[in-house]
Design a protein around this ligand. Structure first.
Ligand code: CDP
Length: 638
């Protein structure tokens, strides 16, 4: 899997070929002619240094935790030589905020002088941050790696924007989303506040066109922006199950014309709805403009449509919105209506969140989990991510304000499937589910501990009073600390399995641009088969035909048991695994329950109901081959 030499990029970290390709295309800095001007090591060091600089603000002689609203001078024009222009601007930006809020005892020039005199300390923090990234024990979300120490400086993956029921408000949201996509972030929206199709528009005496028609505007805008951005813009569209246009919403992606192709859609399902469903009863649809009940409809009718559409196309997913709000630690700031694009991060309107993930596959040695190392990595990650909040160049002032009030961060994991394999535990087993709880409980508790330690020095998050933490008398720096992201790209950079997902294929053929075909085998499988003297190219090609080893006689039973793919694993285990992690995650879990092509509509229903019963915050399924365009094909990848 190692890239010995890839043209244009010097690999100084022994990364995989795919990691190098991804980094070269979108992460490593380039000059005006598009030539790569840094190595992977330099990328991580640039990121580590940028975030370490923030620590200067928390030195005792500089930082005023009590925040007494003192105005401080920032009129320093000269950039010191040891800082890059983007580092200088970042520090200025952070200082402006800190001083406006009264957190500074000194002027900006003093901060710059201190940076020089206390450089050893900054350097130590930088090394700590760099160490975990260089070993890929911890990798921050893509925008942090892409944009640290650049003009853009936008470091977060997740945003939620409000969509108010007015033309001006809607088109502001379109504009804000475009600005966020440009910087590599993804946006989630609830369209539940928009009056339904056919409703009155007083100012023009006309009729409203409804949420679906406006969603198309967001979709087209996303398409246009992605040409220039670093990655494809992604959106989440949420509609309340009580909205009068809910049936149209549920079927909105079932079209030949690829409508809403830049959206994942989810129905926000309430307890009221689920109760009606279980009683086989009717429930109300309400016009959000005035709260009036428009009509009552059989819950079963809506549910069947959700399930059938999910079976056909993968959309919609479901968000159990009341469960999300029950667990929300800053209820006093408002109610959550939406998540980010992949569902793992519920956020208030204008909130953003930076994510990062620990590579669990690296925390196994001689069949044992390295708990101490894991603890240290969690603490470093929390420190790093808290700094991201201060260093971030927010795309909108409202986002800056909301994000700094709750200071949410989302530490997650990747390489879970590989950790299990290294421990010899099958993914679909009681033992694995128990271990999932144990590992995530540990990470969650340590991340809280780390955040509390930060609070001692840096103070609690500004909206702490009135929060659930405040009620428990616990002083913490971040309203939330954990989130399980899909780690779509950073798991490639780290060279491990994504998120908490099982392996997708044990071997597959990757089609490369020049028509060549490359065989790729999971390195753990390759290692075990070689150790057993069972490895052959021919056998691997056979595995690559379907990606699964379950039907291959030459693979011993015990190895088969360990190497079950996403499609070999019964959906019940997918959901149970998601629920096990959710139990110890402050935010939510992004998980796709992969179903085989021949799965039935009732399999989908069972999956959604089980997720609800096990207190997941949401659920998404994907039935193999159910969409024309599938992101990753079993057996072959391009
Ligand atoms: O691996 P990486 O950090 O790049 O991202 P991920 O864990 O796959 O996705 C985390 C979040 O990033 C998603 O839930 C989206 O909010 C955002 N994202 C996006 O906006 N656009 C993409 N093309 C991929 C991810």
């Amino acid at each position: 899997r190692q890239a010995k030499k890839v043209i244009g990029v010097q690999d100084d970290l022994k990364l995989t070929v795919n990691a190098i390709k991804v980094l070269e295309a979108r992460y490593l800095l380039k000059d005006e002619n598009g030539n790569v001007i840094e190595t992977p090591r330099q990328m991580f060091e640039r990121t580590a240094r940028y975030l370490a600089l923030v620590d200067i603000f928390y030195e005792d002689d500089i930082y005023d935790k009590e925040g007494k609203q003192k105005e401080r001078k920032i009129d320093v024009e000269e950039k010191p030589e040891f800082l890059s222009i983007w580092e200088f601007n970042m520090l200025k930006r952070a200082f402006t905020y800190f001083s406006k809020e009264g957190y500074m005892k000194v002027d900006f020039s003093y901060v710059l002088d201190s940076l020089k005199s206390k450089w050893d300390k900054i350097e130590r923090v930088k090394n700590k941050f760099a160490e975990v990234m260089l070993h890929r024990k911890y990798v921050p979300n893509s925008p942090t790696l892409m944009n640290a120490n650049t003009k853009l400086g936008q470091l977060s993956a997740c945003f939620v924007l409000p969509v108010p029921d007015s033309i001006e408000g809607i088109f502001n949201a379109v504009k804000y989303a475009a600005m966020i996509h440009k910087s590599g972030g993804g946006t989630g929206f609830s369209f539940s506040r928009l009056r339904p199709k056919g409703d009155i528009v007083a100012s023009t005496m006309g009729v409203a066109s409804g949420p679906l028609s406006f969603m198309r505007v967001f979709d087209v805008a996303t398409d246009v922006i992605k040409q220039g951005g670093k990655r494809r813009g992604a959106n989440m569209g949420v509609l309340s199950v009580h909205h009068p246009d809910i049936l149209e919403f549920i079927t909105s992606k079932d079209s030949e014309n690829k409508v809403l192709s830049n959206f994942n859609i989810s129905v926000a399902v309430t307890d009221e709805f689920m109760d009606a469903l279980l009683r086989d009863d009717y429930y109300p649809l309400r016009n959000p403009r005035n709260g009036e009940e428009v009509k009552r409809i059989k819950a079963r009718q809506v549910w069947d449509l959700i399930i059938t559409q999910a079976w056909k196309t993968g959309d919609p997913g479901v968000i159990f919105i009341d469960e999300v709000n029950r667990k929300h630690p800053v209820k006093h700031l408002g109610e959550i209506e939406s998540t980010n694009p992949c569902g793992e991060q519920p956020l208030l309107p204008y909130e953003s969140c930076n994510l990062g993930s620990i590579n669990l596959s690296l925390f196994v040695e001689n069949g044992k989990i390295k708990w101490d190392d894991l603890r240290d990595t969690v603490h470093t990650a929390v420190h790093f991510m808290d700094n991201v909040i201060d260093a971030n160049n927010y795309p909108l002032p409202q986002v800056a304000e909301m994000t700094r009030r709750s200071r949410k961060i989302g530490l997650g994991v990747m390489g879970w499937a590989e950790m299990l394999i290294k421990l010899g535990i099958p993914y679909d087993s009681e033992e694995a589910v128990e271990l999932a709880e144990k590992v995530m409980k540990f990470i969650n508790e340590e991340s809280h501990r780390a955040s509390m330690k930060l609070a001692e020095k840096r103070g609690v998050f500004p909206a702490w009073e009135g929060s659930e933490w405040w009620k428990k008398g616990m002083k913490i720096r971040n309203a939330t600390t954990t989130t399980i992201a899909p780690t779509g790209t950073i798991s490639i950079i780290a060279g491990t399995s994504s998120s908490i997902e099982p392996l997708f294929a044990i071997a597959f053929i990757r089609r490369v641009l020049d028509g060549q075909e490359l065989l790729e085998v999971n390195p753990l499988f390759e290692e075990i088969m070689k150790r057993e003297g069972l490895y052959s190219e021919e056998l691997m090609h056979k595995v690559a035909e379907t990606g699964s080893v379950q039907h291959i006689d030459d693979v011993p039973e015990n190895i088969k048991r360990l190497f079950r793919t996403a499609h070999d694993i019964d959906p019940v285990w997918h959901v149970r695994m998601q629920a096990a992690f959710q139990k110890y995650v402050d935010n939510a879990v992004s998980k796709t329950v992969n179903l085989r092509h021949d799965a039935s509509i009732s399999d989908v229903e069972d999956t959604y109901i089980l997720a609800w019963k096990l207190k997941c915050k949401g659920i998404t399924i994907y039935r193999d081959g159910s969409k024309n365009v599938q992101v990753i094909y079993k057996g072959t990848k391009t």
